[in-house]
Design a protein around this ligand. Sequence first.
Ligand code: NDP
Length: 342
Amino acid sequence: NTQIIFAQIPTTYPEEGKHMLVKKSEIDLDAEIPQGSVLLKTLCLSVDPYMRGRMRDASIKSYSPAFALNQPMNGHVMALVLKSNNDKFKVGDYVYGMSSFGEYVVVPEAYTAGLEVRNEAKDSGLPLTNYIGVLGMPGMTAYVGLIKFGKPKKGESLYVSAASGAVGQLVGQIGKMLGLYVVGSAGSDEKVEHLKQIGFDGAFNYKTKDTKEALAELFPKGIDIYFENVGGKMLEDVIANANRYARIVCCGMISQYNTTEPYGVRNLIQVVGKSLEIRGFIVSDSPEMREPFRKDMTKWLLEDGFKYRECIAEGIEKTPQALIDVLRGENFGKQVVKVADL
Ligand code: NDP
């Protein structure tokens, strides 16, 4: 049974073999499991930028718990129930939720609350990996962030950073669906080309173009909504190009996750003069939007031509590198790890 172990707290970018280890051990799949627990076979798992924030000293409080040292990391998975001692789950069920990163996992009763049966994944016609991406936490993040906090109105302009990623590609497509003018940025020409193909009105490579100039060019009438994934200088350049009453929806600030020298945004004074609304959010605080999100997103995928690009690593032992890739921008689309044949 291969597991991914959190071994050391990084100060900058995490490394495989140092901060994250691949550990193999024996597991007896025929052994009895405790009352209330389930034995899962992991089918695919999600690596996400917020995991970097969980690689911290446990004494530092945050919205998501620190990973325990020398224990398996955990996150969102799709898994198959192999054994069940819990009335909520049957053998053969597909479940979605939080689980340890291992090929096989016994989930104790106390943690089964974080799992949900999603047998519709068996015959929806959508790839199973979609259930940890576009139909899972990242998809809901795009939906909640733009609709609830961006408060979009038809005809407004929307800028999305990290636009080709798990969340960003959906923010842009939802924006188009709602009648917005949408521009995204990404870190390679190939990603930029892709954004145009999936319907963005404009896109640029922030690594080869000056962001402030690109925004001025692509937003001749200014920015009404900014879906913030990046932070740092990007935020500063957006504030410079924001319209009065613009909403800046802070979903993440990935440029600041692996640095010991955070960027000090220098033009915050414009927040006053432009009456900007800067609002952070955590997706799990909006459970009331789960059902509308699933209904709308499934329809958009199946009937309205939504595209969802995934970047698939094969084999659980690829998990540490997959996470490093996300933090370094090597992923192109939602990064998932396929753990078992589906
Ligand atoms: P992505 O799939 O977008 O992967 C991360 C991307 O960030 C990389 O591909 C890279 O793309 C970009 N990136 C990495 N480093 C930098 C940098 N220094 N400067 C600019 N861009 C960088 O990840 P997600 O879609 O899963 O997450 C996007 C954001 O949403 C993150 O900030 C994440 O923390 C946040 N998030 C927040 C949630 C919430 O509840 N608030 C929930 C889920 C995600 P590129 O090649 O374009 O540089």
